[in-house]
Design a protein around this ligand. Structure first.
Ligand SMILES: Nc1nc2c(ncn2[C@@H]2O[C@H](COP(=O)(O)OP(=O)(O)OP(=O)(O)O)[C@@H](O)[C@H]2O)c(=O)[nH]1
Ligand SMILES: [Mg+2]
Length: 306
């Protein structure tokens, strides 16, 4: 076992942070570490339970995540939070808010919060996310919450890593929902219309409910309204999230297998892309391109042109 992993398992946060940085950066040696982790999440659903939290910028994902952490801690679960690319596409304020929230848990060894940015992960952010989740899994966290900004394409990557996807919307998300409805229904295991203290939450929730019914998925995503700011409705959302996990462990096992099999392929493709990029950066072609002697469309690709 890697010495950092052994220390991280013994609740050494500094060791855990270093381990995550190694894996996040994707340095060649880190593959060996990931290989040795024996992450449980690839084998069977349930332990750990990986929850993806996605939704438009500013929907309240971080506030919601914080409430979920409090509830899960109250139940004695060890919880880790991975905030993926919190700086994008929004700026300063959100990160500062996340940092303040993180500090609130700094003294609690049962909570670990970490943000990952596209900058820290050379190449594939979704590769880095999955492998960081593997680290947290190997260290023994029961719930791993992964927050990503999305409603578009970004959140599709979360399917490769999350067991349960919670989509957080707001009453103002009506237009987004109109255009994205099919995509949302496809990825959401639980819906939450947050900021229900504002008008329009119930109408949006009813609309979503109708769409879920019409879609007829084997797991019809429950639709909730909540207010993360004061915690109202959050416990009901957590209950649905837990029910979804129970479903995956029983009748929904085939759906889980399907997601994991896609996750294996996606992770591999990310690793390939990263390796190709690293190899290309080390080749003389780069200098040719810089100087203008070569155009990108004329440079030969590793693995052959198509
Ligand atoms: N009125 C109201 N405001 C809320 C609620 N939940 C969160 N907010 C506010 O919405 C703003 C954004 O909250 P965040 O939790 O940072 O949202 P986010 O989705 O994580 O944002 P990004 O990570 O930047 O996409 C903050 O000012 C929160 O205080 C809610 O239930 N009601
Ligand atoms: Mg956030």
């Amino acid at each position: 076992m890697h010495p950092l992993l052994a220390r991280a398992r013994n609740h050494d946060r500094a060791a855990l942070a270093r381990l995550i940085s190694l894996v996040e950066g994707g340095a060649p040696g880190s593959r060996e570490i990931v290989r040795s982790l024996g992450a449980r999440r690839w084998v069977a659903p349930g332990a750990p339970h990986v929850i993806g939290i996605t939704g438009p910028p500013g929907a309240g994902k971080s506030t919601f995540t914080d409430q979920l952490v409090r509830l899960a801690r109250a139940d004695g679960e060890r919880v880790a939070v991975v905030a993926v690319d919190p700086s994008s596409p929004r700026t300063g304020g959100a990160i500062l808010g996340d940092r303040i929230r993180m500090e609130a848990h700094a003294e609690d060894p049962g909570v670990y919060l970490r943000s990952l940015s596209a900058r820290g992960a050379s190449g594939g952010l979704s590769r880095a996310t999955g492998q960081v989740v593997d680290v947290l899994d190997a260290v023994g966290f029961d719930r791993i919450l992964v927050e990503t900004v999305g409603v578009g394409q970004g959140e599709l990557a979360i399917l490769g890593v999350a067991d349960t996807v919670l989509v957080v919307l707001t009453p103002e998300s009506g237009d987004t929902v109109q255009t994205m409805k099919a995509g949302l229904i496809e990825i959401a295991d639980v819906f939450c219309v947050n900021k229900a203290d504002r008008p329009g939450a119930d109408a949006l929730a009813r609309e979503l409910e109708l769409s879920v019914q019409l879609d007829g998925r084997a797991w019809p995503a429950p639709v909730h309204t909540a207010s993360a700011l004061d915690g109202r409705g959050v416990a009901a959302v957590l209950a649905s999230v837990r029910r979804h996990r129970d479903w995956l462990m029983g009748p929904g096992r085939a759906a889980w297998d399907q997601r994991r099999s896609e996750g294996r392929v996606e992770t591999f493709l990310d690793l390939c892309a990263e390796a190709a990029r690293r190899a290309a950066l080390g080749s003389p072609i780069i200098a040719e391109l810089r100087s203008g002697r070569l155009r990108p469309e004329d440079a030969s690709l590793p693995g052959g042109d198509t």
